[in-house]
Design a protein around this ligand. Structure first.
Ligand SMILES: NC(=O)c1ccc[n+]([C@@H]2O[C@H](COP(=O)([O-])OP(=O)(O)OC[C@H]3O[C@@H](n4cnc5c(N)ncnc54)[C@H](O)[C@@H]3O)[C@@H](O)[C@H]2O)c1
Ligand SMILES: O=C(O)[C@H](O)COP(=O)(O)O
Length: 609
């Protein structure tokens, strides 16, 4: 095999149907050079973030001559708007009907929404591939169809931190207001009444509060409730117990939480698992007289069941900021219920939070449009920023190897099985290959389709096209300074336009390395070559004999085709050899014919990078 002694071969195998969600769109790409789509280029900039891991994002940079257009479909803070205006054409169109949104979206590169706009599949389909980023100016992304976004290669980013405190404060406000009947008493006084006995409340101190979902908002609510003298427990199957313990909160099971609580405050996302998690069955288990606060999502409560539980006296009171349908029907029994306090989804609505969210989302959207990594990507895999930095040249290598391998396929058997081998001195779990796999997929699919592949949609697209990509690790001896020694891409069960590209084991095989930061092709079939992967490549198989390099070189020179690199790999002197020639320009058909006509040339192929 290639350089480096093998300590052990073969490790983890993965397929294209990997756990991350990935998909595609036009004019989105990951490579630093995109000859097919010259108006967009992409770069990788590791960006430190609040999180230890920065996501790998399919990102785009608009060309200098074309300012991107950002549609802001819901009210956004001024600070965010002015950031956006410094970079893009900004169209603030609020209260669009679904039809109007679908019409406008085909003219937009990015869309910014809050929770009031449904970004459904139709929106992505209507964008005609132009929409590259959806920015959710807030946390919950349940109004964005993530599968459709992924399938269309559209990145979704959110603003997950700037409204946390506002939501927690609103939860506490509702908790206290509910316990002391503030809203009902206020309405009563304004109606000219003075009902001091009717609005006797309950105290919070010493009561048990169950925080359902110990994430950003839930933990802030817990901290504040502790300050009010409440006994706080929490249910969150995914939260680390030590983080809860640090706040003085015990994590408990779902049933324990709902059966022991005097107050239940909901702070989990709306997912299939949490949908209607409070229902007839669970209300029946609660303490009689329990009080419920919901500043998460309306859908986590079965609202009809809540009305029944209120009427049955199981639930004494509820305070709700969010509803299954927003706005709820005017005659909603729940909203009109005497013991229910409601607000119109105001959790994030403080001046401070809205300015913060606007800046957070504007930065994320601009960053994504510029080709930077988005720290808040929702539908792209997460890989630590430092890993991205060191993988950058291998990312380019990976795409180019994919591009070369697929162009070597001939006949009509169809590409189905791709094997990628990563040779590295790193331990298997110390090399994240998702980005590399995505780029190989891009390299393989783009030359043979009109599909544009990026990190968001690579695995999805591969799966859709029935490509089976297996990954194998070769563990090399030596210094693990560099993340990778070489990458080998093999396409099995196919014929080749260039028979010499078929290795002894029967697959089209190309292998490459990074030398001084530049990707090189170092093996074709069983032939060792060395040509930098820049420009385009001519591969020639000939009988090894003096003067061949000169003859081919002079034909290219006469036709004004600039040669950047040449290398010959041979089995033995005077036997067959493969010459790899890097050329800056695309040679004309006549030029290629002249090369093919050289008597010693047995086969040749021109490959675009
Ligand atoms: N009303 C508002 O204006 C407003 C403002 C901000 C956030 N929110 C909503 O509040 C919720 C929480 O936001 P966040 O920023 O804290 O999110 P987060 O992701 O930081 O926290 C959510 C927590 O819920 C937990 N969780 C997931 N499934 C669960 C389950 N089945 N049972 C219990 N816990 C579960 C997760 O482990 C996580 O710790 C979201 O629904 C968000 O949309 C509403
Ligand atoms: O998920 C969120 O961030 C909150 O529900 C806020 O939604 P909003 O941006 O529509 O106020």
């Amino acid at each position: 095999m290639a350089t480096g002694s093998l300590r052990a071969a073969a490790a983890a195998t993965a397929t294209a149907a990997a756990p991350t969600q990935l998909s595609l769109s036009s004019k989105l790409s990951l490579s630093s050079k995109l000859p097919l789509h010259p108006s967009f280029s992409v770069s990788f900039h590791p960006r430190g973030g609040r999180h230890h891991a920065a996501p790998l994002v399919a990102v785009v940079r608009a060309s200098v001559d074309a300012k991107p257009t950002v549609l802001v479909a819901e009210k956004l803070g001024e600070a965010g708007l002015s950031l956006l205006k410094g970079f893009a054409n900004v169209d603030c169109s609020y209260n669009l009907s679904p039809e109007e949104l679908c019409t406008k979206i085909s003219l937009c590169d990015a869309l910014i929404v809050r929770s009031g706009t449904k970004v459904n599949r139709e929106v992505f389909e209507s964008s005609g591939g132009r929409l590259k980023v959806v920015g959710r100016a807030g946390v919950g992304i349940d109004n964005v169809d993530l599968s459709a976004a992924t399938e269309h290669g559209c990145l979704v980013v959110n603003a997950p931190t700037a409204n946390t405190v506002a939501a927690a404060e609103h939860g506490i406000a509702l908790l206290a207001a509910m316990a002391r009947n503030v809203a009902q008493a206020d309405a009563s006084v304004k109606a000219g009444k003075w009902q001091r006995n009717k609005y006797v409340g309950v105290s919070l101190v010493g009561k048990t509060l169950a925080v359902m979902g110990f994430g950003k908002v839930g933990s802030e609510v817990a901290r504040r409730a502790k300050g009010l003298g409440m006994h706080v427990i929490s249910h969150d199957p995914y939260a680390p117990a030590d983080r809860a313990r640090a706040v003085g909160v015990d994590l408990v099971g779902f049933d324990e939480a709902i059966t022991t609580a005097d107050f239940i405050s909901l702070h989990m996302p709306l997912t299939p698992a949490t949908s209607k998690i409070l229902n007839d069955e669970t209300f029946a288990k609660m303490k009689k007289g329990v009080r419920i606060v919901n500043v998460a999502r309306g859908g986590v409560i079965d609202e009809e069941a809540l009305v029944r539980a209120l009427d049955a006296g199981i639930v004494a009171q509820a305070a709700l900021d969010v509803f299954t349908e927003e706005p709820p029907a005017k005659d909603s029994k729940l909203v009109q219920h005497e013991r229910v306090t409601v607000t119109p989804h105001l959790g994030a609505s403080t001046m401070e939070a809205q300015e913060g969210v606007a800046i957070e989302i504007a930065e994320a959207v601009i960053g994504a449009l510029k080709g930077e990594l988005a720290a808040t990507a929702v539908n792209a895999p997460m890989v630590p920023a430092e890993v991205l930095t060191e993988l950058k040249p291998f990312v380019v290598l990976a795409e180019k190897l994919g591009r070369l391998a697929v162009q070597l396929v001939g006949g009509g058997s169809g590409v189905k099985t791709i094997k990628v081998t990563y040779a590295s001195a790193r331990a298997p779990d110390d090399l994240d290959t998702r980005l590399l796999r995505a780029m190989i997929t891009k390299g393989i699919i783009e030359p043979i389709s009109n599909v544009f592949v990026n990190l968001v949609n690579a695995d999805f697209t591969a799966k859709q096209r029935g490509l089976r990509i297996t990954e194998e690790r070769v563990i090399l001896d030596g210094s693990p300074e560099s993340p990778l020694e070489f990458i080998q891409v093999q396409i099995a069960n196919v014929e080749s336009r260039f028979a010499s590209a078929i290795s002894d084991s029967g697959e089209i095989t190309v292998e490459g390395r990074v030398k001084d930061g530049i990707p090189h092709l170092t093996k074709v079939g069983s032939f060792e070559v060395d040509v930098s992967l820049e420009g385009n490549i001519i591969l020639c198989r000939q009988v090894d004999q003096p003067g061949m390099i000169g003859r081919v070189g002079s034909i290219l020179g006469e036709e004004n085709v600039n040669v950047s690199f040449m290398s010959v790999g041979r089995i033995a002197p005077r036997k067959q050899a493969v010459m790899a020639i890097g050329v800056d320009d695309q040679p004309s058909k006549e030029t290629l014919k002249r090369i093919g006509d050289i008597p010693a040339v047995e086969e040749f192929v021109f490959l675009k990078l």
